[in-house]
Design a protein around this ligand. Sequence first.
Ligand SMILES: N[C@@H](CCC(=O)N[C@@H](CS)C(=O)NCC(=O)O)C(=O)O
Length: 217
Amino acid sequence: MKQESAAQTTLSPSPSPAPSPQRPREDGDPQSLWIFGYGSLVWRPDFSYSDSRVGFVRGYSRRFWQGDTFHRGSEKMPGRVVTLLEDREGCTWGVAYQVQGEQVSEALKYLNVREAVLGGYDTKEVTFYPQDTPDQPLTALAYVATPQNPGYLGPASEEAIATQILGSQGFSGHNLEYLLRLADFMQLCGPQAQDEHLEAIVDAVGSYLTKQAVALV
Ligand SMILES: N[C@@H](CCC(=O)N[C@@H](CS)C(=O)NCC(=O)O)C(=O)O
């Protein structure tokens, strides 16, 4: 799985078709749906679900290119959170959650506020490959912040992103917590799950804090 830093990868914005979010049963009730999380959803889904799988989506790279003035930032100091960009050679690890029956409408209602209204994310159908059964892919719904949304910040050096993250916090907590929890998740996925962009930002945060600490001595 090829990974490049943000500077080298020419990422095209992902179109944001908004597929109908669930397949209704004959009686019109939604039957079941998989929701793919690749940012805060991997550690804080905050909706009830019946099953979950660790795995990945192909053809997308995760980037800290979405601004956030609510959850992890403010109007004065916007934070940076992740979105997916189409990238032929990209691969993004995360968690897919299965919601069934009433869980479907409850999850979508909740995520619409958390992701769309407060975060600027749109929905997109993706193919998810469970880590344990990659030969049995699942169709999942992902929340993607396209470059057309007003909060989109786009590319920046990993050092600049690290500095912005260190200086931002919002209603859900500090932006650094967001970065480190995602890094922790990726550690748990094992050596086959690489995200050079994420790792470069974590390294830049470490270097910055080390310099600050040395300056205090
Ligand atoms: N849609 C991505 C990113 C989600 C994300 O991080 N969204 C922000 C909205 S700006 C959020 O929910 N933050 C809650 C938090 O930071 O705890 C995912 O599937 O995880």
